[in-house]
Each structure stands twice: as structure tokens, then as C-alpha cells.
Design a protein around this ligand. Structure first.
Ligand code: NAG
Ligand code: NAG
Ligand code: NAG
Length: 449
């Protein structure tokens, strides 16, 4: 009996010890402030509140707390029938998805403070912006020999490249992002949608003939490659011809020609997106990212988020192939329970619906500060920008082996985010950044499809 007791204590002690190593190990390496007891308390409260929120609003989803203060798993009910098969492996999509709340809180807050439109200022501020970056945003840019002829590169981008960001964080108050799901035809959201200050649509989503369901107003439209090539057709979708068009991929000579010759009067820009890794690919998240970078509040309509998902439908055409619907649904639920968005759908059609057990904005703020420390990020957790710079230098030299064991997926983000924090501060201190940028390029998969 005694032996058992002792064994139990040993296990407990090693558990606590591991936790301490876990926390201090990360922060020591970075020479920034360790999470205080209050920080850990904030993360714990966020996790608790998040769990309750998913239970109360998730239409059957459950959040399970993981082995540390950042991890949660969102699970679908066991009887959920997974329909989507990975075309590469032939495997059905699973029913549970892991998320890192610390990363999400920190990343999304960063998005809310950043510009997501590509500007000349941004390219010029990169150490080798034209040689290393600009050509990637031009269709067949690889043939430009790293913008050896800078004039040519500038010419190709000039019609879509403002000098400074045309929109600033929190410029607009209430925004709605409208997806293309066939679910939209189940509820007449039209008037409700038109009440928003800004409405953001995607690709070739029509308005005419569907206004009852999707509203008339349209402020921004995000375009993938296919839609962008049909720019002349896309501009006709909004009768006012005032929609701002944001291209998510590259600029193409065809588009430049249309802008100049037709001519297309709508403003056209390229999106400068953050990479969130595999957990959040897809058009929906990109549109939310854009919205969160310019709006005070963001509401979402027309994404397939209700249980009983059967096939990928669109409100205006035949169903088409989508990807990872359950993962998407879980991710959106996470965003809702972090206070980033509010989901509207046929099963959540009450426009005054209150997201229950939503963590308070104070709690989210506190958890954001704590997350920055736990993730070893600069930014809010450290006040001296030069100290931040030395952290980057240190990271460039350091082997990441130890950290990789702890939270591998965080690392790519981390490298990217540290740099984008620097940029968004307008702090472009030379040498320490130069080394780091090279690393950033190696690790961040800039999304181009
Ligand atoms: C984002 O901006 C807000 C308001 O200006 C500021 O309080 C906060 O610290 C910023 N967050 C980050 C991560 O830079
Ligand atoms: C660079 O491109 C510009 C614009 O197309 C062109 O006029 C110029 O001749 C090119 N310069 C060289 C050296 O090829
Ligand atoms: C709207 O409906 C009318 C009448 O059916 C049709 O002629 C028109 O082409 C439709 N417009 C669009 C954009 O689909």
C-alpha cells in the first residue's frame, strides 16, 4: 500500500516537474518574461470558458481540454457520418480535430492589427522585396528572373499596387462575410445582410435574382485565380460597379489588360495573406482573415457549418468539390468561441442570437498576452523593440530541436509572426531582420493557388 502511495506521489511530482520544464523551457530560451501565475490562470479560464462555449453553441460539438493549457480537441458526435474522402489517401475525414488556442488567439489578434493588402511600401520594406518577393505575385513570375528588369516588374504590378495600405485595422464597424453554400437558400437573410456596414463576397457569387437570400449590398469581393481571370464578368455581378476586388493569387497580364482597356473602374488589389498552416486553408478562412483585418466585428453567413452536412452545394450552381468540411466547421466554431466571428446559418438563424459562454474580451486580451509569452513571441509580451530584434537574431542561430518536441506546428507560425509583428510596427531594423527574412521564406509556404 505504502509503495503504491509513493509511486503515485512520484508520478504526480514528475508530472508537475514536466509542466514546469514545459513552461520555463520555452520561455528561458527566448529570454522574455515568463508567464506569471496570472497568465496561466488566464489561459486556464480561457480553456474552461471555451469548452463551455463550444458545448453551448456548437450544435453537438464538444471541446476536450488537452494535455497543456493551450491544447483543445473539438469532437463531433460519434454518430456523425463522415463523407469527405481525401483524394490522395482515400481516407475519410476524421471526427476530431486538435487546435492550439494560444496560437489561435495570438495569430488572429495579429491579423486584426495588420494590413492584408499588398502595398509598394511592404515590398520596398522587405530587405530584397523585389528580387525575393514581388515576382511571386506575378503570373509566370519565375520567367522574370527575380525581377532583373525592375521596371518591367513594377509595370506589371502597378495597376494593383497602392503605395500604402488602402484600408486600416478596424476601419469598418460591422461586417458580414458571405460564403457560397447552398444552405443560404434555406433562410431569407437578405435584409439582415444589407444592414451591415460592409459585405464581403467571394468569387463568382451572384447577387441578382438571389437578393432575398444573400442581400444586395456588396463592398468587397475576394477572387481566386479562376474568377480573377474573368474580371470583366465578375465586375458585372455588382450593379453599382463599386465593389473592391481583392485577388488572392497573382496578377496576370490578362487582368492588367482588362483593367486598362475595358476599362474596369473598380479598385483591384492583391491580398497579402498570413499562412495559418493546414488547420485553416480554404477560401472561407481567407475571407474571414481579410474581414478581421479591417472590421470591428465579423459575422459569417453561407458557410456549411450545420450538422447533417451531406454534399458540397452552392446556392447558385451544381454542387462542386470542396474539402475537409468537418475540419472547417470545427475551425469556425473555434473562431466563434474565441470571439472572432459570429456564425449565422439555418440552424442559428436568430439574428439576435447570443453566443453563450463567450470568453469576455478582457479574458481574451489577458490570454493573448499569456499566449505571446508561452509561445515565446515578441510583441505585447516585450516592450523594447530592440530586445525583440535580438530575440530574432538568437532564433536564427539556435537549433530548434528542443522546441520541436514541444510544439512542432507552432514553429513555422512563430517565425512568420515575429517578422510580421516587426513589419506592422514599421520597425525595419536592418541586419537582424535580414537573416531572419531568409528563414521566413524557407518556412512559410506563401499561398499562391
Ligand atoms: C493590437 O492593437 C491593439 C490596439 O491598438 C493593441 O492594444 C494590441 O496590443 C495590439 N496587439 C498586437 C499583438 O500587436
Ligand atoms: C525593361 O522593361 C521595360 C518595360 O517593359 C522595357 O522598356 C526595357 O527595355 C527593359 N529593359 C531591359 C534592359 O530589358
Ligand atoms: C435573373 O433571372 C432572369 C429571369 O429568369 C434572367 O433572365 C437573368 O439572366 C437572371 N440573372 C442572373 C444574373 O442570373
Amino acid at each position: 500500500m505504502k509503495v503504491l502511495h509513493l509511486g503515485f506521489l512520484l508520478v504526480l511530482a514528475s508530472g508537475i516537474f514536466a509542466l514546469i520544464i514545459y513552461i520555463t523551457g520555452v520561455t528561458n530560451l527566448h529570454e522574455i518574461s515568463r508567464p506569471s501565475p496570472e497568465d496561466l490562470e488566464a489561459l486556464k479560464s480561457l480553456q474552461d470558458s471555451f469548452q463551455k462555449c463550444v458545448h453551448a453553441n456548437g450544435l453537438g460539438l464538444r471541446a476536450i481540454v488537452g494535455k497543456d493549457l493551450c491544447e483543445v480537441t473539438i469532437e463531433f458526435p460519434r454518430d456523425t457520418i463522415s463523407k469527405w474522402k481525401d483524394p490522395k489517401t482515400g481516407e475519410l475525414e476524421g471526427l476530431s480535430f486538435d487546435f492550439n488556442l494560444c496560437e489561435s488567439v495570438a495569430n488572429w489578434e495579429q491579423v486584426r492589427n495588420s494590413s492584408t493588402i499588398l502595398t509598394r511600401e511592404f515590398i520596398d520594406a522587405l530587405p530584397n522585396g523585389w528580387e525575393d518577393y514581388a515576382w511571386r505575385r506575378i503570373n509566370k513570375g519565375i520567367l522574370l528572373n527575380r525581377c532583373a528588369n525592375r521596371t518591367l516588374c513594377e509595370e506589371k504590378l502597378s495597376l494593383v499596387l497602392p503605395l500604402t495600405p488602402p484600408f486600416v485595422p478596424r476601419q469598418f464597424d460591422r461586417c458580414a462575410v458571405i460564403g457560397n453554400s447552398g444552405d443560404l437558400l434555406k433562410t431569407r437573410f437578405g435584409n439582415e445582410i444589407d444592414d451591415y456596414d460592409v459585405v464581403i463576397r467571394e468569387n463568382g457569387a451572384p447577387i441578382q435574382n438571389y437578393t432575398e437570400y444573400v442581400g444586395k449590398k456588396s463592398t468587397f469581393r475576394l477572387l481566386n485565380r479562376g474568377s480573377a481571370k474573368a474580371l470583366d464578368k465578375v465586375v458585372e455581378l455588382d450593379e453599382t460597379r463599386k465593389e473592391v476586388l481583392i485577388i488572392k493569387t497573382t496578377i496576370h497580364d490578362i487582368m492588367n489588360k482588362m483593367i486598362k482597356e475595358i476599362p474596369i473602374e473598380n479598385p483591384v488589389y492583391l491580398m497579402l495573406g498570413t499562412s495559418f498552416g493546414s488547420s485553416a486553408k480554404g477560401t472561407g478562412v481567407k475571407a474571414l482573415e481579410f474581414a478581421l483585418s479591417i472590421c470591428e466585428s465579423v459575422d459569417m453567413y453561407g458557410f456549411t457549418v450545420d450538422p447533417g452536412y451531406k454534399e458540397w452545394t452552392r446556392y447558385f450552381s451544381e454542387s462542386r468539390q470542396g474539402h475537409t468540411p468537418l475540419h472547417g466547421r470545427a475551425y469556425y466554431q473555434m473562431m466563434e468561441c474565441l470571439g472572432l466571428i459570429k456564425i449565422h446559418s439555418p440552424m442559428r438563424a436568430d439574428r439576435n442570437r447570443i453566443v453563450k459562454f463567450l470568453p469576455s474580451s478582457n479574458l481574451i486580451r489577458a490570454a493573448g498576452i499569456a499566449s505571446a509569452k508561452v509561445l515565446g513571441r515578441i510583441g505585447r509580451a516585450s516592450s523594447d523593440p530592440l530586445a525583440a530584434c535580438s530575440i530574432i537574431k538568437e532564433q536564427v542561430k539556435r537549433s530548434f530541436d528542443q522546441l520541436i518536441n514541444i510544439r512542432k506546428p507552432a514553429i513555422n507560425h512563430q517565425r512568420y509572426e515575429e517578422l510580421s509583428i516587426q513589419w506592422s510596427n514599421g520597425f525595419l531594423a536592418s541586419a537582424c531582420l535580414r537573416g531572419a527574412v531568409a528563414i521566413w521564406w524557407n518556412y512559410s509556404h506563401f499561398w499562391m493557388v
